[in-house]
Design a protein around this ligand. Sequence first.
Ligand SMILES: *[C@@H]1O[C@H](CO)[C@@H](O)[C@H](O)[C@H]1NC(C)=O
Ligand SMILES: *[C@@H]1O[C@H](CO)[C@@H](O)[C@H](O)[C@H]1NC(C)=O
Ligand SMILES: *[C@@H]1O[C@H](CO)[C@@H](O)[C@H](O)[C@H]1NC(C)=O
Ligand SMILES: *[C@@H]1O[C@H](CO)[C@@H](O)[C@H](O)[C@H]1NC(C)=O
Ligand SMILES: *[C@@H]1O[C@H](CO)[C@@H](O)[C@H](O)[C@H]1NC(C)=O
Ligand SMILES: *[C@@H]1O[C@H](CO)[C@@H](O)[C@H](O)[C@H]1NC(C)=O
Ligand SMILES: *[C@@H]1O[C@H](CO)[C@@H](O)[C@H](O)[C@H]1NC(C)=O
Ligand SMILES: *[C@@H]1O[C@H](CO)[C@@H](O)[C@H](O)[C@H]1NC(C)=O
Ligand SMILES: *[C@@H]1O[C@H](CO)[C@@H](O)[C@H](O)[C@H]1NC(C)=O
Length: 502
Amino acid sequence: MLEHMKLIHILHCIYIGFISIDCGLRNSSSYNDSATGLWFDPDDGYVEGGMRKQISQKFMADPFNEQQKTLMSFPDGSRNCYTLPSTIGKKYLLRATFTYGNYDGLNKTLDGSLFLFGLHIGVNSWEAVNLTNWDHTSILWKELLTVAPSNSLSVCLVNLGSGIPFISSLELRPLEDTMYPFVNTSVSISLLARTRFGNVADSITRYPTDNYDRIWESDSTSYPGVILSTTNKVESLPGNNFFNIPSVIMQNALTVDMNFSRSRIIITPPEGPNIDTKNMQLLPIFHFAEINGSNPNRRFDIYSAGELLFSDFSPSRFQVDSMHQNGRFLRNPNASFLLNKTVSSTLKPLINAFESYSLVRMDNLTTDSEDVNYMKEVKNHYNLTRVNWNGDPCSPREYSWEGLTCDYSKSNQNPRIVSVNLSASGLKGGLAVSLMNMVSLVYMDLSHNNLTGAIPDYQLKSLKILNLSNNQLVGPIPDSILRRFQAGLLELRFAVLYCAIR
Ligand SMILES: *[C@@H]1O[C@H](CO)[C@@H](O)[C@H](O)[C@H]1NC(C)=O
Ligand SMILES: *[C@@H]1O[C@H](CO)[C@@H](O)[C@H](O)[C@H]1NC(C)=O
Ligand SMILES: *[C@@H]1O[C@H](CO)[C@@H](O)[C@H](O)[C@H]1NC(C)=O
Ligand SMILES: *[C@@H]1O[C@H](CO)[C@@H](O)[C@H](O)[C@H]1NC(C)=O
Ligand SMILES: *[C@@H]1O[C@H](CO)[C@@H](O)[C@H](O)[C@H]1NC(C)=O
Ligand SMILES: *[C@@H]1O[C@H](CO)[C@@H](O)[C@H](O)[C@H]1NC(C)=O
Ligand SMILES: *[C@@H]1O[C@H](CO)[C@@H](O)[C@H](O)[C@H]1NC(C)=O
Ligand SMILES: *[C@@H]1O[C@H](CO)[C@@H](O)[C@H](O)[C@H]1NC(C)=O
Ligand SMILES: *[C@@H]1O[C@H](CO)[C@@H](O)[C@H](O)[C@H]1NC(C)=O
C-alpha cells in the first residue's frame, strides 16, 4: 500500500514538473518530505563540485524543515552553478533557501564581520545573500519568478570575498504561462512578501493548497484588525488566470473594527539586511474579494507612499480582483501601502492577500547556444572538471571560463567563443571533433596534452590558428585541413612525429 502511494506520488510530481533538491544530502536517495508531501532529491547531477555539509549537531534536533539539515558549501571557484532542466520560454517559480547552522563551527554569521555572497540567475545578478548578523538557525529564502531562457535554468552562487557561499535547498515550480503577465524574458521578479490575511491556523500555506507551491505567510491579526471569513467559493472570472489564487486563501480577509476611530489598513512589507528598500523597484499586487454575506457598500482608495494607485475601489462579491498597475514598478523607499476608506463608504477596507516583488533585470545575454553545446560536448568528451568551467561560458564577462576568449562586440547578439586554449590541460584520448565546427572559432590550442589517434577530416569554418603540438597524434593531416594550410588560411602547429606533410 505504501509502495503504491509512493508511486502515485512520484508520478504526480513528474506530472506537475516540480524539482526539489535537498542540497548536501549525503545519502543519495530521495525522500518524501513529511511537511509538504513532496519528494526531495540529492544534488547529484545538478551541480559539480561543492562539499556536502550538515548544520551543527546542536541544531539538528529541531530544524525548521528537513532540507535545512544539510547544505552544499562551495569553497572553490568564484562561481558555482546548479543546472536545472526547464522548458525554453516557460515561466517558473524558483526558490533557494539558506540556513547556515554554524556548519563549519566558525560562527561566521555572528562574528561581527560581513558574510555575504551573490546569487545569479543564469548570466544575470539576482540578489545578494546577506547573512551578516543572521541567526544560526533562521532560514533565509529567496524566490524568483522567471522565464527559462533555454532548456536549462542555472542558479549560481558567487563568491564575493566575504564568506564561502552555500545553499540548503533549491526548488523549481512551473507556473502557467498566463500567470504574472509582466514577467517575461527580460523581466524577472524577486519575492519581497507574500501574505494571506484572516484567521489561518498555519503560519505558512504552500503546496498542495497552492498548486504552484507559492509560500504564503499568515498575517497575525491584532486589534483593531478583525477577521472575515466565508465558506462560499471565491474564484476568478473565467479567463482570468493571471494569479490563480487558491479559493481557500481568498475566503479569509482582514478588515478594521467598525468601532475603531481609524478607517485604514497599512501594509508594511518586511525589512532586513536582505531588503534594499532604497534602490529597489517594487511591484505590489493586492488580491481582494468581498466576502461579507450581505450586499455591502465598501469602497476605498489605495496609496503607495502618498501616491494614489487605485481610487474608489470596491471589491467584487465572492470573486477575485487582483490589483496591480500592468507591471509598473514603483520607487517606494518605505515599501508601505495604505488602504483608506472613502468618505461615502459604509464599511472599512478589507484585504485577502498581498504580494510584492522587486525587479530583476535580465539584460545580459547568454553565450550563443550552439557554442555552449560544443563546449559541453568538449567538456564531457575530455571529462574536464575545471573549477571555473561552470555556468555560462562567456557571460557575465567577469566569470567567463578560463582559457576562452569571447566576442562581445555585437551588443544585441549573444556572445560567441573565438578562442579556446586547452594547452597543458591533461587531455587524453582522441581529438574531439565538434569543437572544430564552431563557426566563430579562430584560435585553438590543444598543445601539451596526451591526445592520441588520427586527426579526423574536419570542415574547418573560421579557424585561423590550430596548435596540436606536443601530443601523440598520428598523421596524415587530412586534406581539408591541409588545403586551408596551403592556401595560407590556417596556421598549423603540429610536431610531426609519424608522418610527413605531403
Ligand atoms: C545516511 O544513512 C545512514 C544509514 O541509512 C544513516 O545512519 C545516516 O544518518 C544517514 N546520513 C545522513 C546525513 O542522513
Ligand atoms: C558567535 O560570536 C559572537 C561574537 O563573538 C558571540 O557573541 C556568540 O556567542 C558566538 N556564538 C556562538 C554560537 O559561538
Ligand atoms: C551583466 O554583465 C555585466 C558585465 O559582465 C555585469 O557587470 C552586470 O552586473 C551584469 N548585469 C546583470 C543584471 O547581472
Ligand atoms: C518585458 O516587459 C517589460 C515591461 O512590461 C517590457 O518593457 C519589455 O519590452 C518586455 N520584454 C520582452 C522581451 O517582452
Ligand atoms: C460597536 O460598539 C457598539 C456599542 O458599543 C456595539 O454594540 C457593537 O457591537 C460594536 N460593533 C462591533 C463591530 O464591534
Ligand atoms: C548586510 O547586512 C548587514 C547587517 O544587517 C548590513 O550592515 C550590510 O550593510 C548589508 N550589506 C549589504 C551589501 O547589503
Ligand atoms: C484617508 O481618508 C481620510 C478621511 O476619509 C482623509 O482625511 C485622509 O486624508 C485620507 N488619507 C490619504 C493619505 O489620502
Ligand atoms: C594557452 O595556455 C597556456 C597554458 O596555460 C599558456 O602558456 C599560453 O600562453 C596560452 N596561450 C594564449 C594564446 O593565451
Ligand atoms: C602523458 O601521459 C604520460 C603517461 O600516461 C604522462 O607521463 C605524461 O606526463 C602525460 N603528458 C602530458 C603532457 O600530460
